[in-house]
Design a protein around this ligand. Sequence first.
Ligand code: NDP
Length: 286
Amino acid sequence: MAFIATVSLADGTPMPRFGMGTWYLGESAHAHDRELAALRAGLDAGVRLIDTAEMYGSGAAERLVGEAIRGYNREELFLVSKVYPHNAGRPEIFESVEASLERLGTDYLDMYLLHWRGAVPLSETVECMEELVEDGVIRHWGVSNFDADDLEELYGVFCGDHCAVNQDLYHLGSRGVEYEILPWMRSAGMPLMAYCPLAQAGDLRRGLVSDPAVVEVAHRHGASPLQILLAFVLRDPMVVAIPRSGDAAHVLENIAACDIELSGDDLSLLSSSFPAPAHPVPLDIV
Ligand code: NDP
């Protein structure tokens, strides 16, 4: 069983720092058994956090997660789902969350995120999220694809500071969040959920996985370049990584990256190829 560290949310709730992403999972009948086995392999190895969304496969990913978690102790799991921006107001959000719960086969979410900002005023979304917490439908709420200005604005809204996490794109080849967003979140005690931590197996940044610095650090640790990408985001105790895989062997390889500790030398080498930002960078999204 892998050791997966936790990070404390502002209210003290522990949140696992490693989880399984689910974008594109559940969409193909042909891949169903393989993807189900991948999620179950992760659960059997000790992964407790799963990240999903009503958007993914129009509910198909949530349905697959529901199938995967059947038989596991719900209280031990940490389920995260997301509401579309156009559903993030009344009355739509209440219907959205119920539909997500139904597909997941559970009666509460550990975390419910606004997937990205839309036309619904933040004040209305926060009010609804707070009601859902009060009613026990969700335990925490957060946001996604927010930059520091968005977070600042959110904090200006009544109860906006109850936001528990922000989920943004973060990988070695895209370090913009390190300039302003991560410091802002650190001072607020708000963990960052790093999405695309593998840069979609390197596809989001040409040359990332084959970069000599990444290959050298991987060699030092007897690890794969993708494991080094995970170890890179996980070096920060305020960051949660949610790599996605529909392949059980890949899931286990990803979990093993939780044990890799990068040295100062490793980090300097990685930064020589992929430097930390020296000035504000627009928020990267997919
Ligand atoms: P990732 O960076 O997690 O990369 C996923 C890709 O990496 C897949 O092609 C997968 O293929 C491959 N992969 C995973 N592990 C391995 C491995 N060990 N060896 C080789 N290939 C591997 O990309 P995602 O875009 O999926 O991001 C992760 C999660 O973050 C999403 O699934 C979703 O839950 C969340 N997300 C949130 C967003 C938001 O707006 N809030 C936006 C994007 C993502 P294979 O299946 O073959 O292993």
